[in-house]
Design a protein around this ligand. Sequence first.
Ligand code: IMP
Ligand code: MG
Length: 179
Amino acid sequence: MAPPPEPLISKEQLRARVAELGREITLAYQGEPLILLPVLKGSFVFAADLAREIDLPVEVEFLGVQSYGDDTVSSGVVQITLDLTRPVDGKHVLIIEDIVDTGLTLDYLLSLLRARNPKSLRVASLLHKPSRMQRALVIDFLGFTIEDEFVVGYGLDYAQKYRNLPYLGRLSPEAQGSS
Ligand code: IMP
Ligand code: MG
């Protein structure tokens, strides 16, 4: 069996940073209603924790996307697997992402959602790998900046595994071969 992923960001660090992000978001919207839009599947754990740190009248909608095969390299092709159930025109919308890597997924989602005329459209992402960015995008609320390495846990997967790991870890080379 492959060794467990090597810890990169601990449970405690995640909890503290997510609480800070929740406070920043609460302040930024000044009591206005907000639609939280987690992008599935990767952001489900982050979004569940973040939502509970936001003190605003929120609604939750989900978007499902798939931009990867079972590989660690972005294909650049974004497929919508689940769409919103209600219109967002005239509403504040906050996209919740697990990680912005090349930025191709987020770029696509931003154009898709802008076309639906929200009152505002902002982005919260737990992680960002700036070295791989191929699009100039603004992440309004960012948890952590990381190096160019493949991470798993806290919702993020490798070949659909490790999403339930309570911390963020680096995948060992052995594990990458053994999916
Ligand atoms: P992008 O389109 O290259 O920005 O890729 C975004 C998506 O790729 C993320 O939402 C993740 O689902 C996935 N991804 C990118 N880097 C990682 C990683 O290090 N671990 C797990 N998933 C990743
Ligand atoms: Mg994702």
